[in-house]
Design a protein around this ligand. Structure first.
Ligand SMILES: O=c1ccn([C@H]2C[C@H](O)[C@@H](CO)O2)c(=O)[nH]1
Ligand SMILES: [Zn+2]
Length: 137
């Protein structure tokens, strides 16, 4: 599964977006260590704040199936620049992914930005930060 293939998967995932309020479809494709690709779309709600982003949908699908090791993530939306994940999704990426894990951002025009989890959220609060306090108890 190369970058182009994962980007193509994210576009397929985007078609499932449930976006009656924003009409803004987002797709994500999360490549697990074993080669499985988890699709995610954004899922909105009449109570707007209950909306779940495409990226977190993909992570939560994988983790709820017992999968927590990932190799790459692709995200797509109809944006002018390659789609930029929100802060909440960056924090979830930092929970489960190594800082050097590649993230491929794209749009429908075909612009692609390759970045990493660490570049998207430098200095992230991580499980290791909780371990420090726990180690003193
Ligand atoms: O990276 C992003 C940015 C936004 N959204 C969703 C949330 C909401 O449904 C809509 C508008 O913010 O797009 C995502 O899924 N991922
Ligand atoms: Zn998000």
């Amino acid at each position: 599964m190369n970058m182009e293939q994962l980007l193509a998967e994210s576009k397929i995932a985007r078609e499932k977006a449930y976006v009656p309020y924003s009409k803004f479809q987002v797709g994500a494709a999360l490549l697990a260590e074993d080669g499985t690709v988890y699709h995610g779309c954004n899922i909105e709600n009449a109570g707007y704040s209950m909306t779940n982003c495409a990226e977190r949908t993909a992570f939560f699908k994988a983790v709820s199936e017992g999968v927590k090791s990932f190799k790459a993530l692709a995200v797509v939306a109809d944006t002018d620049r390659p789609c930029s994940p929100c802060g909440a999704c960056r924090q979830v990426m930092a929970e489960f992914c190594a800082p050097d894990m590649p993230v491929y951002l794209t749009n429908l025009k075909g612009d692609v930005q390759q970045t990493t989890v660490g570049e998207l959220l430098p200095g992230a609060f991580t499980p290791e930060d909780l371990d420090y306090a726990a180690s003193k108890q």
